[in-house]
Design a protein around this ligand. Structure first.
Ligand code: PLA
Length: 406
């Protein structure tokens, strides 16, 4: 047999810019190492967390012998879909009451975005999607792989470390009417900068006046403010005007179900008739991709969302995670102030959600990794959810050294 592979000329692909940080972290043998790369919640002890309410739901599921491992329908678990739409749109949403929402269970947030993008490519007359600059690194790839053409709109102003609201409005005003616009529902990744409600209202009016189609990515509902309702306000404003939109939901962060890969895509439409047809077409997108979604994560989520007491207990645990992140911001900010590190660090406490967009450059990040074993993405983003009180000094030492020496 020939020993030369038919793939002999294949090139080595680079690691993923976010998940590759964990790969590098795992190879580091230093006891001081700190992984602030991927947005994964850690406890004060630095450990991954399985929510108590998730454990309880799983126990119920395991002991219920009436449950089978049959295939789910192509669209997923019906109870899960119904509750997911309610969670993002509000339980009193007229769109739900009027059956104008098509919801399908998908593989977490990423899968929901991809299914939505494939659907748009096939059935929408515009194939350009505007994504914020910067945005989550996987966004452009997801949309390009689905065959959409990706453009950016200005979002973040490095000078103010805040929203470039002027630039955003100019770019959306100049977009071809009917284009798709990706919006982070809350806790913008990587910047931690969200529009105010007043700014959202301006964005909504502008987009509706131009017939731009909103595609919300909701990966952090409950993580920005600690309140599920407050974090869904942007989406609900767009639904309240009776117009159409898409929303991709993830339960990775807010229920800590990362590896269960559980999420949902909801498409809000103007009539029940269109919603039925859209759902029938979503099935044709899903069936050849992965046939039908996995059952376990959906069962956990549906169990929690459909039980009053468990739902309440979830909101308490979610708020505790959000509060711990907010407290980490305060502790890091105080540590930077105490050190007198040059620069204004108030963005650490002003930004919201899982990440702080520090403003550190790639050289400074590389220095922090090589000298201090602090791992983070090269754009200077740190996952506040990966920090704990005992590591704040180490991180602020590293940041101080990077700012003053690199
Ligand atoms: N959308 C945004 C804005 C995200 O930040 C992430 C995850 C997702 C969607 C997808 O999450 P899911 O498919 O796991 O539900 N972003 C992480 C992880 C937390 C990642 O890159 O995959 C991040 O560190 O940015």
């Amino acid at each position: 047999m020939a020993s030369v592979s038919v793939f002999a000329n294949i090139s080595q692909a680079p690691e993923d810019p976010i998940l590759g940080v964990t790969v590098a972290y795992n190879k580091d043998s230093s006891p001081h190492k700190l992984n602030l790369g991927v947005g994964a919640y850690r406890t004060e002890e630095g450990k991954p967390l399985v929510l108590d309410v998730v454990r309880r739901a799983e126990k119920l599921l395991v002991s219920d012998i009436s449950l089978k491992k049959e295939y789910l329908p192509i669209t997923g678990l019906a109870d899960f879909n119904k509750s997911s739409a309610k969670l993002i749109l509000g339980s009193d949403s007229p769109a739900i009451q009027e059956n104008r929402v098509a919801t399908v269970q998908c593989l977490s947030g990423t899968g929901s975005l991809r299914v939505g993008a494939e659907f748009l490519k096939k059935h929408y007359n515009q194939h350009t999607i505007y994504i914020p600059s910067p945005t989550w690194g996987n966004h452009p790839k997801i949309f390009m792989m689905a065959g959409l053409s990706v453009k950016t709109y200005r979002y973040y102003d490095p000078a103010t470390r805040g929203l470039d609201f002027e630039g955003l409005q100019q770019d959306l005003s100049a977009a071809t009417s009917g284009s798709i616009v990706l919006l982070h529902a809350c806790a913008h990744n990587p910047t931690g900068v969200d529009p105010t409600l007043d700014q959202w209202e301006h964005i909504r009016k502008l987009m509706r006046s131009k017939g731009l189609l909103p595609f919300f990515d909701s990966a952090y509902q409950g993580f920005a403010s600690g309140s599920l309702d407050a974090d869904a306000q942007s989406v609900r404003m767009f639904v309240a005007d009776g117009g159409e939109c898409l929303a991709a939901q993830s339960y990775a962060k807010n229920m800590g179900l990362y590896g269960e890969r559980i999420g949902a895509l909801s498409i809000v439409l103007t009539s029940a008739d269109v919603a039925r047809k859209v759902e029938s077409q979503l099935k044709l997108v899903i069936r050849p991709m992965y046939s039908s979604p996995p059952i376990h994560g959906a069962s956990i989520v549906a169990t929690i969302l459909n039980d009053r007491e468990m739902y309440h207990d979830w909101t308490v645990e979610l708020k505790a995670m959000a509060d711990r992140i907010i407290s980490m911001r305060k502790q890091l900010y105080d540590a930077m102030c105490a050190k007198g590190t040059p620069g204004d660090w108030s963005h650490i406490i002003k930004q919201i959600g899982m990440f702080t967009f520090t403003g550190l450059n790639p050289e400074q990040v590389a220095f922090m990794t090589s000298e201090y074993h602090v791992y983070m993405t090269s754009d200077g983003r740190i996952s506040m959810a990966g920090l704990s009180s005992s590591k704040v000094t180490h991180l602020s030492d590293a940041m101080h050294a990077a700012v003053t020496r690199v």
